[in-house]
Design a binder for this molecule. Structure first.
Ligand SMILES: [Zn+2]
Ligand SMILES: [Zn+2]
Length: 456
């Protein structure tokens, strides 16, 4: 058994790995790097020879796992794409949106290699998709000796962890995971591997560098979030929540709907905007078929106060006393949340509430770091024009990733022979490596160097 990482570095982004087991070669994920541009967004594929894999497995539809899929598919024409049905549906929408973003960036930033793929390329990929339900074994080779099986990973709708087996040997890739229920997304269910021997476990480490407050509960964080909204509405302001289109938007809508139904929030208009609108529509289509809380609940149908922008006008109307759930989560240039900030930043009655990660190099990250009273640039490309922040800025922890203590417990309980730490910045991976060496000295622990094959 062998493992190769095609990731660009030891950080979060451009996830793509190859495992070789029982004569089969399986690619795990095909992500892009959110902080790079052009060809640098792709995993390093020099060592992935043409048509050299038997399958590509995609764990979920976030771009750091699926953004490079069309490029890998071109290089691996004989490999089917295995993913849950929901990942394929949401992933296709995310990839079509990426084509639009890349096309705009080619024009504005002169990145000549963009777009890395086209809408037609995506349409042509469809025959290669193989939707695989959770808990069903799928053969990779003709004899069926090497198999793949998806387990629910929590994190986001459709997200899967991957169990790969060949005879007595087992590899388990967690993908991104969460062990707690969110508003909509159910927690991971790994019960079928409990007590089973795992030879190699490939584990995400996103939160390894940030301990959760010991007194944290999702309920108390929700309380704090709702209190901020009430305070803002009470002084005649509006609330903007910049949210990732896929996952966070729908989690937020369900949270707001429940709070309104329970009388914890008044019946104020809630506006959707940006890519999140389209993805919410897709979530609603899967309301009955998804492994989630509130089965059957369709946000655009069953949430009376929810308003989506008219088709022709991608930006909602701005008014006081409203809540705006706008993509993107990091308020990146050329997105609705970025443009809408001009209504929010100058008005001390308003609030921008962050509920997800915002990289420090993005407009959202800069607003968080600067806070009220400071000045911030919303767009690097308009000559550095800055705006003063006069509105309230706050951040809340509604992470879809497992807290590090829970993840560490899981690894120790599962006790794989070899643990590979991926999907985390270096300090995050080093924390896990240090704890595992201390608490499970018998376990082999590796932080995979990109490009270096690892014997499992
Ligand atoms: Zn993810
Ligand atoms: Zn990820």
């Amino acid at each position: 058994m062998n493992f190769h990482s095609f990731a660009r570095g030891i950080d979060v982004g451009a996830h793509s790995y190859l495992v070789e087991i029982g004569g089969s070669r399986i690619v795990l994920d095909a992500g892009t790097h959110p902080k790079h541009d052009g060809l640098d967004t792709l995993p390093i594929l020099d060592r992935l020879h043409y048509d050299s894999a038997d399958a590509i497995v995609v764990t979920h539809a976030h771009l750091d796992h699926i953004g490079a899929l069309p490029v890998l598919c071109e290089r691996l024409p004989g490999a089917p794409v295995l993913a849950t049905e929901e990942t394929l549906v949401y992933g296709e929408a995310m990839l079509h949106n990426s084509v639009n973003v890349m096309t705009a960036q080619r024009r504005e930033l002169d990145i000549i290699e963009y777009p890395l793929y086209t809408h037609r390329d995506l349409d042509n990929l469809r025959p290669r998709w193989q939707a695989l339900p959770f808990h069903r074994t799928f053969p990779i080779d003709e004899a069926g000796r090497v198999t793949v099986r998806f387990l629910p990973a929590g994190h986001v709708s459709g997200a899967a962890a991957v169990l790969i087996q060949h005879e007595e040997r087992t590899i388990f890739y967690t993908g991104d995971l969460h062990f707690e229920d969110q508003s909509l997304c159910r927690r991971a269910d790994f019960s079928e591997i409990e007590g089973r021997r795992i030879d190699a476990m490939i584990v995400e480490t996103t939160r390894g560098d940030s301990p959760r407050r010991p007194d944290y509960t999702r309920e108390s964080e929700t309380e704090r979030f709702l209190a901020s909204i009430l305070e803002t509405l009470g002084r005649g302001g509006s609330v903007m929540v910049p949210v990732f289109a896929f996952g966070k938007t729908q989690e937020l809508l369900v949270l707001l709907h429940q709070a309104i139904e329970e009388g914890r929030l008044p019946r104020v208009p809630v506006y959707l905007g940006g890519l999140g609108t389209k993805i919410t529509h897709l979530f609603d289509k899967y309301a009955d078929r998804s492994r989630r809380l509130m089965p059957g609940f369709q946000m655009l149908r069953d949430f009376p106060g929810l308003k989506r922008p008219a088709k022709k006008d991608p930006e909602p109307e701005y008014a006081p006393g409203c809540i705006y759930a706008l993509s993107s989560g990091m308020m990146s240039e050329n997105t609705v949340s970025n443009r809408f900030a001009r209504h929010f930043l100058p008005n001390p009655k308003n609030a921008i509430l962050f509920i997800g990660y915002a990289d420090p190099d993005t407009p959202g990250g800069r607003i968080l770091a600067t806070n009220r009273g400071g000045e911030v640039s919303l767009n690097d490309r308009d000559g550095g024009r800055v705006m003063r922040i006069d509105c309230q800025i706050e951040k809340f922890d509604f992470s879809g990733h497992a807290p590090r203590e829970q993840l560490l417990d899981f690894i120790i309980r599962q006790n794989p022979r070899h643990t590979l730490l991926v999907h985390g910045d270096e300090p995050a991976r080093l924390w896990f490596a240090g704890e595992l060496r201390r608490l499970a000295p018998q376990m082999q622990v590796t932080i995979p160097e990109p490009g270096m094959p690892i014997d499992l």
